[in-house]
Design a binder for this molecule. Structure first.
Ligand SMILES: Nc1ncnc2c1ncn2[C@@H]1O[C@H](COP(=O)(O)OP(=O)(O)O)[C@@H](O)[C@H]1O
Ligand SMILES: [Mg+2]
Length: 1069
């Protein structure tokens, strides 16, 4: 690029002792970081005025950032560096600005904290020429702020929307230029708005002058806006078909009919990223489709071809060569093809109340077409920005703080510079002016104003250039507007002539004509051009196109045609096309529009605390690790960095009015804390005197305190932080103490209350108890006294008498009641009324028993003798056998008949009858077991009161007569059989015969009667054994009998089996 700093005044040469952070660093524009000397050949003298030499260290830094004061100088590394990681974000978060290495994050952090903690709106001005890294820096600032501000679902959504506005705006507003593959072709200023806690709430984006001429024309090696390439590369076949596009870039006139693969840029991926970003921001799918449709229309307009035809009148006219593209456009936007064709090929002219339709020539037709494409695109871009703003704007009306980030196109000098470059460079002049004003002029003026001793540092003030361009009467823009509005022949030549006349002697203006007048021969300045000596270099502008671009006119027929389209978005872009709203007033020119928006921007920036990032481009080849000293030197010079360094070095790092300063640091001195009662200045002096800083570090102005080195400021800040921590601890301590004390007092009060109540309660209880006891004692005592006094009057034993009387009365009532209420006489009824009083319960029980016995006796007495005997026999049987022998329950059904033989009736038994006489107890048939073989033989058995007789049934003759006293005992089995063993006493008369084994069908009755009879005669009970194993004495010796339960025994009674000589087995069932 061409370099040179026009009529710059010599900078003052006073180089004071370097201060603070700068001492150890390069005294000019130090490019810091891990420095690597590339050899002396790379060092260049950049400063040789007034005999002072300073060197620009041609160093390629690892961290290509440094500071001048708090201005960050950032050199584009053209390669990705590991210094933008989340760890770095943490490192810089809440850092102390000068205590860490220079970094964009540091300034972002400083600005963010000032905004949050000091409540000052901030702006971050990022300047530098095209390709110097402004846009990247602005993105770094935004991402840093997003990373350090708090997290929450709503906040994250806002942050995401703010960040995602970048890919969308870059797709539509960036393009490849020769200087930068991703050059922003519009200026962007973004206000990020925060709440009082520093949480982002939303933002507003302002855009400035999109370079719309790029839509229809771009030089070789550059590209149109990214979106066209992204759309063609990234859209699906269906989308392309829907938009009636072909994937091939070479098909489109506006893309210069050439393919476009940029190394390191993936258009398709970027397209998808852009679509995702739109979704995040909140674009509806319908909006995205409409947006892409309008984009496609712009692209397709470039392919509408016109050709000349001749009308009947012989006039040349233009017509559409190939109507297909036009038809497709009309299908996309919902318009009658005829309407668009008419609007493209002809024009309605109003002449004295008459409207005439004139045909256009082919160049006019192409002009109209291109103007339409440019207008559609630039309006679409404005719509896009507004749409994004609608999503990210702050919805609540909380109080906000603002951080503005300005990323505007850099200074541009091309081979051929036109209206756009003129406007862009004008904007850069304005920004430079702010920079100068804020960092150089204002600072120096402030020292003088404050009465600080100061040797002025001279610098180049570019107000003269700004004035040359924007002055409202003699400025170039004003003259251009005048030419545009002036009736009569208007072209660029008349405009240039006018400039030459008015600015002939201006130091920053040059043209062929003014050079001629000064007799300068300069072949580099062609005719139809003028040259401005900008702060950043001389730029030669070609006036061709200035008037047309400034007018920015679109034939009304075209805007009306667009308004007539059914496509809602496109239609909304052309409100002036509404025939109802035809206005004859000319719209403001592009130049004046830009001027006023720049003026507004400047006002906005002035109202905020500025932070600067000045970007430097290290080489023209966009390559990493290449450092072109001349190029950098030129930038360092025109950016005014050297003057900046000088002012910073000679001046003070920090200043603040006494009031806020005292307020902020008063806690550092016991005399000023917590309240200072004197003036602010005195307070500050007292405060600083206590801190013992070297005298040269401080200067006391009229209204402000000045601190020379950042180190001192850090020291102050550090002490303040420590003190604040101490104070916070103190407050915490006091608060905790107070809380504990109040808590304790509350507890104590409660405890006293509780114990008072408790004691009261206890005393009351005790008192009641005592009172009760006293009353009892009193009652006893009084009773005793009364009884003693009255005893003589009482009849003795009256109480016993009364008690007996009552007792008797009760007994009497009980007995009478009982007599009236006796239970039934049935013996089975054992009911008895309960005793009415406890003292009667024993008597009652006794009476119950007596009554029961009496009842039984009465029952028994009325029984006939036979029945009574029978019952006695039954009772006896039950005593003998119940629960002992299984036969017993069966016997209950059988009545005890006693006489089963019919001795009286049967004459055959007369003899036996005689034997029994009146003493017969029982007569029955039994079976006698043969003791030798176990077989049985029937026998008649007679039991009399004296004898037991066994007789042969046939002869009816007694065979064996046993005296009852001979019977030793009887053994029976446990089972339901009729087997019994009759044991005889050895000494008896018949004892020699041995024991008898009998089987009786009435065993229970037989044994019972035997027992009864024996008891009645001998007074002794019959020894009865109910057992499974017993031994019998037989004449031939003792035999042991074992009873075995077996089904083999059958129903006819037990089967006896002899087992050997002294064993017998009885099978029963
Ligand atoms: N900090 C950086 N780290 C790595 N590359 C960078 C950095 N800044 C800029 N670049 C490179 O330089 C190019 C131009 O940067 P950009 O910010 O678009 O310039 P400007 O906006 O100033 O015209 C980027 O596309 C990128 O390749
Ligand atoms: Mg940019």
């Amino acid at each position: 690029m061409e370099s040179g700093i026009g009529s710059r005044r010599t900078l003052g040469s006073r180089v004071g002792a370097g201060y603070g952070a700068w001492d150890a660093k390069w005294e000019g524009c130090r490019v810091e970081g891990e420095e690597r000397d590339l050899g002396s050949g790379m060092r260049r003298r950049i400063w040789d005025e007034d005999g002072e030499h300073q060197e620009l260290p041609a160093l390629i830094p690892a961290v290509p950032q440094t500071y001048i004061g708090n201005v960050v100088i950032s050199v584009n590394p053209y390669t990705s560096l590991p210094i933008y990681t989340p760890e770095k974000v943490e490192e810089y978060r809440n850092c102390s600005f000068f205590a860490v290495k220079p970094h964009i994050y540091a300034i972002a952090d400083d600005a963010y904290r000032s905004l949050r903690d000091r409540d000052r709106d901030q702006c971050i001005l990022i300047t530098g020429e095209s390709g110097a890294g402004k846009t990247e820096a602005s993105k770094l600032v935004m991402s840093y702020v997003a990373a350090v501000s708090s997290k929450g679902e709503e906040v994250n959504k806002v942050k995401e929307q703010l960040l995602q506005s970048n890919p969308v705006l870059e797709a539509f507003g960036n393009a490849k230029t020769v200087r930068n593959d991703n050059s922003s072709r519009f200026g962007k200023y973004m206000d990020i708005e925060f709440d009082f806690k520093g949480e982002p709430l939303g933002g507003v984006i302002s855009n400035y002058l999109l370079e719309k001429s790029r839509i229809v024309r771009h030089v070789k090696g550059e590209r149109n806006f990214h979106i066209f390439y992204q759309l063609l590369a990234g859209a699906s076949p269906q989308l392309l078909q829907q938009l009636k596009l072909r994937q091939d870039c070479g098909h489109y006139g506006y893309l210069n009919r050439e393919g476009s693969n940029l190394p390191g840029m993936d258009d398709a991926a970027n397209f998808h990223a852009m679509q995702d970003a739109m979704r995040v921001i909140g674009f509806s799918p319908a909006e995205v489709t409409e947006l892409l449709q309008v984009t496609a229309v712009v692209l397709k307009l470039g392919n509408v071809q016109l050709s000349s035809s001749f009308q009947a009148s012989g006039m040349e006219a233009c017509s559409i060569t190939e109507p297909r593209e036009l038809r497709e456009i009309c299908e996309l936007i919902g318009l009658e093809p005829g309407t668009l064709e008419r609007a493209l090929c002809s024009r309605t002219v109003k002449a004295r109340d008459e409207t005439v339709l004139t045909t256009l020539t082919v160049p006019q037709g192409y002009y109209g077409r291109d103007a339409l494409a440019k207008n559609i695109y630039s309006r679409l871009f404005n719509w896009l920005v507004n749409r994004i703003n609608a999503s990210i704007q702050v919805k609540s009306d909380k109080q906000r703080k603002v951080m503005g980030v300005l990323d505007i196109y850099g200074f541009e000098i091309f081979q051929d510079n036109s209206f756009e470059q003129f406007i862009i460079n004008y904007c850069n002049e304005k920004l430079q002016q702010i920079f100068i004003l804020m960092t150089l002029k204002e600072e120096q003026e402030e020292y003088v104003r404050e009465g600080i001793q100061w040797t002025p540092v001279e610098f180049f003030d570019n107000s003269i250039i700004c004035n040359l361009i924007e002055n409202s009467t003699t400025g170039i823009l004003a003259m251009l507007d005048e030419e545009c509005l002036r009736p009569g022949v208007v072209n660029e030549d008349t405009f240039l002539t006018k400039l030459n006349q008015l600015l002939a002697t201006h130091k920053h203006y040059e043209s062929k004509e003014t050079q001629n007048a000064r007799r300068v021969t300069d072949a580099s300045l062609p005719p139809r051009c003028f040259r401005i000596h900008h702060y950043a270099g001389k730029v030669t502008y070609n006036v061709t196109g200035f008037i047309e671009k400034n007018n920015d006119l679109l034939f009304r027929d075209l805007s009306q045609a667009m308004w007539a389209a059914r496509h809602a978005l496109l239609r909304s872009l052309f409100p002036e096309g509404d025939p109802q709203k035809v206005s004859l007033k000319l719209p403001p020119t592009a130049g004046s529009q830009f001027k006023s928006s720049v003026a507004m921007l400047m006002r906005n920036l002035y109202s905020k605390n500025p932070n600067y990032i000045r970007c430097i481009k290290p080489n023209d080849a966009k390559s990493a690790m290449v450092f072109t000293p001349e190029l950098v030197l030129a930038q360092v010079r025109y950016l005014g960095l050297l003057e900046n360094v000088r002012v910073r070095r000679a001046g003070y790092a920090f200043r603040q009015p006494y009031g806020p300063f005292l307020q902020r640091y008063k806690m550092l001195n016991a005399r000023t804390w917590p309240r200072w009662h004197g003036g602010d200045r005195q307070g500050t002096e007292v405060l600083l005197a206590g801190l013992a800083f070297p005298a040269e570090e401080l200067a006391f102005g009229h209204t402000k305190i000045f601190i020379r080195s950042p180190r001192t400021l850090f020291d102050l800040e550090r002490r303040r932080q420590e003190r604040v921590a101490q104070l916070a601890t103190l407050i915490q301590k006091m608060f905790r103490g107070w809380r504990c004390r109040t808590q304790y007092q509350l507890m104590r009060k409660s405890q006293i209350l509780i114990s008072a109540w408790f004691r009261g309660h206890r005393q009351k209880n005790r008192y009641k108890q005592m009172k009760r006891s006293v009353l009892i004692l009193q009652a006893y005592a009084r009773g005793w006294k009364a009884r003693r006094t009255y005893r003589k009057y009482f009849r003795s034993n009256a109480s016993t008498c009364l008690a007996n009387f009552i007792y008797r009365r009760l007994v009497q009532r009980y007995l009478v009641g009982l007599a009236k209420n006796l239970p039934p006489l049935s013996v089975t009824d054992r009911t008895w009324p309960p005793a009415p009083y406890r003292f009667l319960s024993d008597a009652n029980q006794e009476l119950k028993n007596i009554f029961y016995h009496w009842k039984c006796k009465k029952y028994r007495d009325q029984l006939p003798a036979a029945r009574r005997a029978q019952l006695q026999a039954r009772l006896c049987a039950s005593e003998l056998f119940k629960d002992k022998k299984t036969l017993y329950p069966k016997s209950l059904q059988q009545p005890f008949r006693g006489e089963y033989l019919g001795l009286k009736q049967n004459p055959k038994y007369q003899k036996l009858h005689a034997v029994a006489k009146d003493k017969l107890v029982m007569a029955d048939t039994v079976r006698k077991v043969n003791r030798a073989n176990g077989k049985t033989v029937p026998r008649l058995l007679l039991l009399t009161t004296e004898h037991l007789v066994l007789a042969d049934p046939k002869a009816a003759q007694p065979k064996t007569v046993l005296s009852l006293s001979d019977i030793r005992g009887v053994s029976v089995t446990r089972f339901s059989d009729g087997f019994l063993a009759l044991h005889l006493k050895e000494v008896s008369t018949v004892g020699a015969k041995g024991d008898f084994l009998l089987v009786s069908d009435h065993l229970i009755e037989l044994v019972t009667r035997l027992h009864q009879t024996l008891e009645a005669t001998t007074g002794q009970a019959l020894p009865l054994h109910i057992t499974d194993r017993f031994s019998t004495r037989f004449p031939k010796g003792d035999v042991s009998i074992t009873v075995v339960e077996s089904p083999k025994a059958g129903i006819n009674g037990p089967v006896c089996k002899k087992k050997g000589s002294n064993k017998m087995e009885v099978l029963v069932h």
